[in-house]
Design a binder for this molecule. Structure first.
Ligand SMILES: C[S@@+](CC[C@H](N)C(=O)[O-])C[C@H]1O[C@@H](n2cnc3c(N)ncnc32)[C@H](O)[C@@H]1O
Length: 372
């Protein structure tokens, strides 16, 4: 308790120090934020920053007057948070003020949204720009999150303000990893643990390109290259191995309830997904967020499957699934864990991807203690 109070006092005095000078009496200049973008053709969009508040929509590059402040190609390697911080100071909100905090949050969201949107709607342009920066990508899977993630999550996390502990299951070339690096790891104490087999185990679709089929190791090499060329790479730990073993290890090391955000996009076998989500729920802290990819994916062995997508089912209770060694759908696996009463989650977003928040601890997630 005493140390908690000491920390509280310290953080209060630190925030008082970092509050900086009071804003000047003169009103901040009105900035017109025009987005010149030949890809999305949104150059007609103009946004005005007033009192440090950014009113915006989707955009690709940011121009203030004649000067280009951000352009999507430069954000691949630069630190978005640092850029947003400086932009808001330049735009007239004093560092440490409420207006500055609000402004950086807005810029963060807009940058995240426009960059993901660009990658989503124009993957070829995105790939060319990536290559220009030495980033190697062959699949743009994560980018469908453009349609919902940035604006959904903006009010739920504050990566510029507080440290975040992240876990990613299934990274492939680091498509999603590099987005977490730039948008979620801004705080100096934030960390990201990434787990992947980097082997054609439970996810043959990922390894089907001719380049990778000839040299499967090149996927992990692409991952290492891409993470290394992206901001905040020193905060990333990558574990090569099966997710179940890695997550069990994290739990055994006392990592239960320690993650603020977990992204699950590993195996596409329902039986593996079930383990990933179940173990992930134990690793997630109460209040933390879990994002799941492929919630409505119904690929794999579909012989005997009745219905499609979300509604697809194998006959239950007649032992057909067991006898035929068929997998359930990913939807079913996720529903079993998150839909059960002991799941303790609240739904934040439901689509092809899913976002839930853990609201209660269903189990004691302490370390095992030897008693015999
Ligand atoms: C769809 S890809 C991940 C894509 C990545 N999140 C992105 O947005 O670009 C799935 C990854 O999960 C990995 N994977 C499959 N089964 C796994 C398992 N049991 N444990 C760990 N990783 C696994 C595969 O090697 C593959 O790289």
């Amino acid at each position: 308790m005493a140390s908690f109070l000491l920390l509280l006092l310290l953080s209060l005095s630190l925030s008082a120090i970092s509050a900086g000078p009071a804003p000047s009496a003169a009103p901040p200049p009105a900035y017109t934020l025009a987005y010149s973008n030949t890809v999305l053709e949104t150059s007609d969009l103009t946004y005005v920053l007033q009192d440090g508040v950014w009113v915006g929509g989707p955009k690709v590059s940011l121009v203030v007057g004649d000067e280009q402040i951000f352009e999507f190609t430069t954000t691949i390697t630069s630190d978005v948070a640092a850029g947003a911080w400086q932009f808001c100071v330049d735009a007239g909100s004093a560092a440490g003020s409420t207006a500055h905090r609000r402004c950086t949050r807005e810029v963060w969201q807009q940058m995240f949204e426009k960059e993901l949107m660009l990658a989503h709607v124009s993957p070829i342009t995105w790939r060319v720009n990536n290559e220009h920066h030495g980033i190697r990508r062959s699949k743009e899977w994560f980018e469908i999150a453009a349609e919902w993630l940035p604006h959904t999550i903006a009010g739920l996390i504050e990566p510029n303000e507080a440290p975040m502990n992240l876990l990613e299951i299934g990274a492939f070339e680091g498509g999603s990893t590099t987005f977490w690096q730039r948008y979620f790891l801004a705080h100096p104490d934030s960390r990201l643990v990434v787990v992947d087999t980097w082997q054609d185990t439970c996810d043959p679709d990922s390894y089907d390109s001719p380049e990778y089929a000839a040299n499967p190791e090149s996927i992990m090499e692409a991952f290492l290259n891409n993470v290394g060329k992206t901001a905040n790479h020193e905060k990333v730990t990558a574990l090569r191995g099966d997710s179940c073993s890695a997550m069990t290890d994290l739990l055994a090391q006392g990592g239960g309830g320690s993650f603020d955000f977990i992204y699950i996009d590993g195996s596409h076998r329902a039986s593996e997904v079930l383990l990933d989500v179940g173990l992930g729920m134990r690793l997630l802290r109460v209040g933390g967020l879990m994002m799941l990819d492929d919630y409505k994916w119904a690929g794999g062995d579909t012989e005997g499957l009745e219905g499609e997508g979300e509604g697809a089912r194998w006959g239950s209770g007649d032992c057909g699934a067991v006898e035929g060694r068929r997998e359930a759908t990913i939807t079913e696996a996720i529903d079993v864990v998150l839909g059960s009463a002991s799941g303790g989650v609240e739904l934040v977003h439901c689509g092809y991807q899913l976002l839930v928040r853990k609201v209660e601890e269903a189990y004691d997630v302490g370390k095992p203690v030897r008693i015999l």
